[in-house]
Design a protein around this ligand. Structure first.
Ligand code: FAD
Length: 286
């Protein structure tokens, strides 16, 4: 994954060129769907039933805990389908991992005389009186004490196995079949493919509905959530001393670079608004 020319040729037992593969998938794709309304329709329109069932149906059902028909189109739109041998997950011009890892980047950013860090300190509304403004990246519903009911999220948990040598041969392996409960296995040492490691740790990933106390990872945005979400957004717009940001604060399924970009934008907008006496920005919700 993502599905590319290699996947298509292997799956259908063909030796297509890029052009032939594109023509072939066009025939497989469901052209009767004009405006896909959900994940499943988008997948059928995009790749046809065989690839969808083999690679997406079971995986999506396990990962999101619901039928793909209930999920928004936007989730599938993040994933490419390629007619070349490029198997990069993302199509970004630049991709990378920080030389010393993310922990070091964050440590260095926080190492500033104007920044105090309090770990293991759940955010509470009463803290706001101490600050000119709050940039809130916790869950939107929790900020308003779940007064319209909780929004739904998925969380993950992992089982780790230590071994010698190499187990998967690459960093990530997806398990789309409904016959196994897990969704993925990860062997992180392969992200640093230029380094040699004698030992290895493999994480098997499971998905479940987030409950109280769980770390929230994926906003589901089902039909029920959308009504509640719009009620919460209305409240958020009246919060003059708080800006909402990130995956949980805006209840959107965002990748890391989008969260970072939007957070920097929000901070800059806040600085300009303050300087010019304009209303302060609230956050980006769609
Ligand atoms: C398994 C997995 C794989 C991913 N892979 C990629 C990838 O390959 N590329 C990519 O770009 N993105 C990836 N992402 C997405 C990426 O992790 C998110 O985009 C990013 O972490 C969102 O940043 P954030 O600050 O909005 O939220 P988070 O990173 O979720 O941070 C929110 C923080 O708020 C804390 N919090 C919540 N409530 C409170 C409270 N009341 N008080 C105090 N703290 C609180 C939480 O504990 C959490 O630490 C992945 C996500 C997951 C789960």
């Amino acid at each position: 994954l993502p599905i590319n020319l290699h996947t298509i040729n292997q799956f259908f037992g063909k030796k297509f060129s890029p052009k032939e593969a594109e023509e072939f998938i066009k025939i497989k794709a469901d052209s009767s769907i004009e405006n896909p309304k959900n994940f499943e329709e988008q997948a059928l329109k995009f790749m046809g039933a065989e690839l969808y069932k083999a690679f997406f149906y079971g995986y999506t059902k396990k990962h999101w805990g619901c039928e793909p028909k209930e999920l928004p189109v936007s989730i599938l739109k993040r994933l490419p389908l390629r007619f070349s041998y490029n198997d990069n997950y993302y199509s970004s011009t630049y991709q990378g991992i920080p030389v010393d890892g993310y922990t070091k980047i964050v440590e260095r950013m926080l190492d500033h005389s104007s920044i105090d860090v309090s770990l293991d300190t759940p955010w509470e509304k009463s803290m706001q009186t101490e600050f000119a403004h709050t940039f809130y990246s916790g869950p939107l519903d929790a900020y308003f004490d779940d007064q319209f009911g909780s929004l739904s999220y998925r969380t993950l948990y992992w089982e780790a196995v230590r071994d010698n040598g190499d187990v998967l041969g690459h960093p990530a392996h997806n398990f789309p079949s409904l016959d196994v409960k897990h969704t993925r296995r990860r062997e992180h040492k392969h992200y640093e493919y230029w380094r040699e490691f004698e030992k290895t740790i493999v994480f098997t990933e499971f998905s479940k509905e987030a409950e109280k106390g769980d770390e929230l990872y994926y906003p589901k945005r089902l039909a029920n959530d959308k009504t509640r979400l719009s009620d919460y957004i209305t409240l958020a717009k009246n919060e003059e001393k708080t800006s909402f940001m990130g995956r949980l604060g805006t209840y959107r399924y965002l990748d890391m670079h989008r969260v970072i970009e939007e957070s920097l934008q929000l901070a800059n907008e806040w600085i300009s608004a303050q300087a010019e006496g304009c209303p302060l920005p609230i956050g980006k919700f769609s």
